[in-house]
Write a protein that binds this ligand. Structure first.
Ligand code: SAM
Length: 409
């Protein structure tokens, strides 16, 4: 607890000393008992539109502010790579880095599936999260794009004695690569769960304020948007439907403002976007229950297998046609309202159709059949959903009971 308070105090002093303004009506709070780490609480009543804090742009950690950009040309690097290198560089500098008190408040461990054991990952069977973890792809990118830069510029990524960083960081040492991969995973997890899309300073524009609503590697839009770490703004947790603060990206600073009256003692939440639990888990390592944005993903492959298992005739022809006419998705999405998507009905109808009829009607008319549910299609879709359900190792009811028991104990 002492360490927790000390780190908070050092971080808040650092913010203050570097020109940030933090309202006296908010405080950092320990929500670790709820499994949510740090968060921000209203320490007295806050009115809608009140400013909670403002962070001057020079405190954002990004390739625009890190000294590394002056030492290495990062301009040709893509996606998160420039920010990743800047974070690794600043981290290696320890107390020589402006951002040392900020690194001290950021977590070193994460609960995202990226760090789960094989056995734990079995719990995700059936969900869309399991195919999207991307650990191997991330490590391949590290070896191909980042490690060559780090090892070619070893002196920049070497900790000096007494600078209070992790000891002995030196890319030239034996086995250094495994240490740097760990640092890479830590920085990648921080970017994934903490970074913001910052709009260009000159636009003085309010950006939905969301912590990175679709913060995916391939999302970054040329120069206009910078992926940036925003100290303090990233201390706010998320709870679906309880968002009461919003980040405004202004020319000189980023300002967090209350978008509702907030009573003393209430938690202050930013929104990370309208995310289903699979995405919340994959990016942030937690789920929301209930979550109206939840979805079930039915893979196109499952649909094809289900509807062609009795009669394979024309399977390839139909699949080819469906692909050409956008009738087959990689995943069909079922939302929380339980409506069957029209695309899925159309696809099922075609796959169930006798080959002659398919050629006579669909191919001839170049049209997906109407999406009215017939009894036969309804039955087929029901069986499809049952086979999808069978891919989950447990039901939501069982999971929720486990969770409740866990809270009680
Ligand atoms: C932007 S940070 C928020 C600050 C963070 N709680 C901390 O201690 O540094 C995002 C991380 O906070 C945690 N988090 C946010 N909202 C949460 C919630 N409703 N339940 C559990 N964890 C949450 C998750 O670990 C997530 O990856």
């Amino acid at each position: 607890m002492v360490a927790f308070d000390q780190v908070n105090a050092a971080f808040l002093t650092w913010l203050h000393d570097n020109g940030a303004k933090v309202s006296a009506s908010i405080a950092l709070q320990d929500y670790s008992e709820e499994g949510a780490g740090r968060g921000v609480i209203a320490s007295s009543d806050i009115k809608k539109n009140e400013e909670l804090f403002s962070i001057p742009r020079h405190l954002l950690l990004s390739p625009l502010t890190s000294e590394l950009s002056k030492k290495i040309d990062l301009s040709s690097m893509e996606g998160w790579n420039p920010l990743m290198l800047c974070m690794i560089y600043e981290y290696c500098r320890g107390s020589d880095s402006l951002w040392k008190p900020y690194f001290d408040i950021l977590p070193t461990e994460f609960s995202t599936p990226m760090f789960w054991s094989e056995e734990e990952l079995l719990e995700l069977k059936g969900t869309g999260a399991i195919d999207k973890i991307g650990k191997q792809e991330a490590e391949a990118a590290f070896h191909e794009k980042l490690w060559p830069v780090i090892s070619d510029n070893g002196a920049l990524f070497t900790s000096s004695p007494g600078n209070n960083s992790e000891p002995d960081l030196d890319p030239k040492k034996d086995n250094a690569i495994s240490t740097f991969i760990q640092i890479f995973h830590r920085m990648g997890s921080l970017i994934m769960a903490y970074a913001f899309h910052d709009t260009a300073p000159s636009t003085d524009k309010e950006e939905g304020g969301d912590m990175d609503e679709e913060m995916d590697d391939d999302d970054e839009d040329e120069e206009k948007i910078n992926v940036s770490m925003v100290p303090m703004a990233d201390m706010l947790n998320h709870k679906t439907g309880h968002n009461n603060a919003r980040l405004f990206h202004e020319k000189e600073c980023l300002r967090m403002v209350a978008i509702a009256n907030i009573q003393a003692g209430q938690q202050i939440y930013n929104t990370y976007g309208e995310l289903c639990n699979a995405d919340l888990l994959r990016k942030y390592g937690f789920v929301d229950v209930p979550n109206p944005h939840n979805i079930a993903e039915i893979s196109g492959e499952l649909v094809i297998n289900k509807f062609t298992q009795q009669d394979e005739a024309g399977k390839d022809e139909k699949v080819e046609w469906l692909l050409e006419y956008d009738g087959l998705e990689e995943y069909f999405i079922l939302e929380a309202d339980g409506e069957i998507p029209e695309e899925l009905i159309g696809c099922a109808k075609i796959l169930m159709m006798p080959l002659d009829e398919f050629k006579e009607t669909v191919v001839k008319n170049k049209k997906i059949p109407n999406t009215k549910l017939t009894v036969e299609v309804q039955k087929g879709l029901r069986e499809l959903l049952e086979s999808k359900l069978a891919t989950y190792p447990s039901t939501a009811k069982v999971d929720l009971n486990c969770e409740n028991k866990h809270h009680v104990s």
